[in-house]
Design a protein around this ligand. Structure first.
Ligand SMILES: Cc1cc2nc3c(=O)[nH]c(=O)nc-3n(C[C@H](O)[C@H](O)[C@H](O)COP(=O)(O)OP(=O)(O)OC[C@H]3O[C@@H](n4cnc5c(N)ncnc54)[C@H](O)[C@@H]3O)c2cc1C
Ligand SMILES: NC(=O)c1ccc[n+]([C@@H]2O[C@H](COP(=O)([O-])OP(=O)(O)OC[C@H]3O[C@@H](n4cnc5c(N)ncnc54)[C@H](O)[C@@H]3O)[C@@H](O)[C@H]2O)c1
Length: 462
């Protein structure tokens, strides 16, 4: 017999889309039930996404820098890689963050349930715990923050490939892949190839479209391809057809035009995108079970008391975007459902943690021209940048795209030194509606790469 309970708000999924709302609503005095089978906060990002992948990447950066030590007048052998030690560092960071989240939960009055939720009817959710017990919770508002999961290609031998989940999960124990074949040249493909190459592997990327990072600004994508291509074997227009096992190796068969090619490796990593996850019974809320719910700027679905922040709505599937959306939802629920806050989807920065880094916000030049006709483009080349010269990482650029009349910033793209940091003030500038004139009259710190923002903006002034 199911137990019955009530809550002001039930939040399904405790990732970046779920837990920030839970804490904000809890602090505001709402009764909150938060449900996730992982048994802790952080969702995919902490379990097998952002955090563990960036912990491994950091080890790879330290090693990559060490191989260039002589440039800086430092002698000695390059660092050897102890892969199990690298994974142990990753696990330590994941555990540390899980402990921190456990403390945060304890300090709140959120009712956290390690369980899977399914929709019972339009007013109630069924929460099923591992011991088989079910609690039916009647809610006023329901937040669906159930995120996304890796998509596998429907090809022969797909099960022979691993995904980022097997690579980065807590306790991951795959042997170091010396010759990984990575299917997909999107975010995960290029980041994983870059970090494994830094650790001594010889990766191959097979990308189905005509270039890396489909959807990104063309100059960023081609710039990355030419630099990453020096360390990683890249094949574009490479449509993967099948995977077979050959002894302890794998063969990946792919088609390029009319030709069929085979690439051999010791691990196949499938990085071909993610699909949204929705709880069972979602149709009882009037939502489609097989596609991302359509949301407005408040993350409200077609049901006025059902909200869908984060990866689940498919709009900007990134952790920081999920967190901001979660807080928008919390503010609107606190205001009794009124639209007192809004998500600015146009100002979400995206960052690709390759070497070199790639980052972007707002419109690309092509998108800006399509929407606004004429645009101004300010350019800064890192070849002349003091910090880039000190680091001996002189390839790359920073571009600003502005509307020609007032000079309002519409977009920014960065390839190279500190791109992942530089994009944050540029996102703020777009969100705040700043003009290139305002950026040109700021003094950014010297000798840091942020001077490039000011310099690119100044290039647009008489
Ligand atoms: C390898 C990798 C690297 C990444 N790196 C970055 C990065 O560097 N920066 C960045 O911004 N983003 C990165 N991302 C993306 C980021 O992880 C996601 O955008 C983010 O986790 C989305 O948060 P979310 O809360 O919407 O969804 P999720 O994190 O997917 O959380 C959804 C939660 O819902 C739970 N859930 C699902 N169904 C149910 C149910 N029926 N009942 C109860 N609970 C349920 C799941 O267990 C999960 O914990 C990366 C992703 C991957 C895979
Ligand atoms: N730095 C970050 O913020 C970060 C890092 C990793 C992941 N993520 C998130 O995780 C999501 C998933 O990442 P992802 O890299 O799996 O997806 P993605 O959508 O970025 O890239 C998937 C790639 O696979 C290619 N592909 C599809 N079918 C193919 C086939 N048959 N053969 C060869 N290539 C094929 C696609 O053309 C595409 O380039 C991202 O969209 C992003 O939201 C973000």
């Amino acid at each position: 017999m199911a137990r019955e309970a009530t809550a002001d708000v039930v939040i399904v999924g405790a990732g970046g889309g779920g837990y920030p709302a839970a804490f904000a609503l809890d602090r505001a005095g709402r009764s909150v039930v938060l449900v996730d089978p992982i048994g802790n906060l952080g969702g995919n990002c902490l379990a097998e996404g952002c955090i563990p992948s960036k912990a491994v990447r950091e080890a790879s950066l330290i090693r990559a820098r060490s191989t260039r030590a002589e440039t800086f007048g430092l002698r000695g052998t390059a660092l050897d890689v102890d892969w199990s030690g690298v994974l142990a560092h990753k696990d330590r960071v994941q555990r540390l963050r899980y402990e921190q989240h456990t403390d945060e939960l304890r300090a709140s009055t959120i009712r956290f349930m390690t369980a899977t939720a399914r929709i019972d009817d339009a007013e109630r959710i069924a929460i099923e715990e591992a011991d088989g017990s079910t609690t039916l919770v009647r809610f006023h508002d329901l937040v669906l923050a159930t995120g996304s999961a890796p998509s596998r290609l429907a090809i022969a031998g797909a099960d022979l490939a691993v995904t980022s989940h097997e690579l980065f999960r807590l306790g991951a124990d795959l042997p170091f892949p010396s010759r990984p074949v990575i299917i997909g040249g999107g975010y995960i493909g290029v980041e994983t190839a870059s970090m494994l190459a830094n650790l001594g592997a010889a990766p191959t990327i097979l990308e189905a479209t005509g270039g890396l990072l489909p959807g990104y600004d063309a100059a960023l994508a081609t710039g990355l391809a030419s630099l990453l291509g020096q360390r990683v074997q890249l094949h574009v227009d490479a449509l993967v057809r099948s995977i077979t096992r050959v002894g302890s190796d794998y063969e990946v068969s792919w088609q390029h035009g009319g030709d069929v090619h085979v690439t051999r490796g010791d691990l196949v990593i499938m990085a071909t995108g993610r699909h949204v996850q929705l709880p069972e019974g979602i149709d009882a809320l009037g939502l489609a079970p097989d596609r991302a719910p359509t949301v407005d700027a408040q993350l409200r679905t077609s049901h006025p008391r059902v909200w869908a922040p984060g990866d689940v709505n498919g709009r900007t599937p990134l952790f920081h975007a999920a967190v901001r959306q979660s807080l928008v939802v919390a503010h609107c629920i606190m205001a009794g459902g009124r639209s007192t806050d809004a998500m600015d989807f146009d100002a979400v920065p995206t960052t690709v943690f390759t070497e070199p880094e790639v980052a972007s916000v707002g419109l690309t030049e092509v998108e800006a021209r399509t929407r606004h006709g004429d645009v101004m483009v300010g350019h800064y080349d890192f070849a002349g940048d003091a910090r880039a010269q000190i680091l001996d990482e002189r390839e790359g650029f920073l571009a600003l795209i502005a509307e020609p009349h007032r000079g309002t910033l519409l977009g920014a793209q960065v390839l190279g030194v500190d791109a992942a940091q530089l994009i944050a003030p540029l996102a703020l500038a777009i969100h705040a509606g700043l003009t290139v004139d305002q950026l040109a009259t700021m003094a950014f710190p010297h000798p840091m790469a942020s001077e490039g923002i000011d310099r690119a903006a100044r290039s647009l002034r008489p």
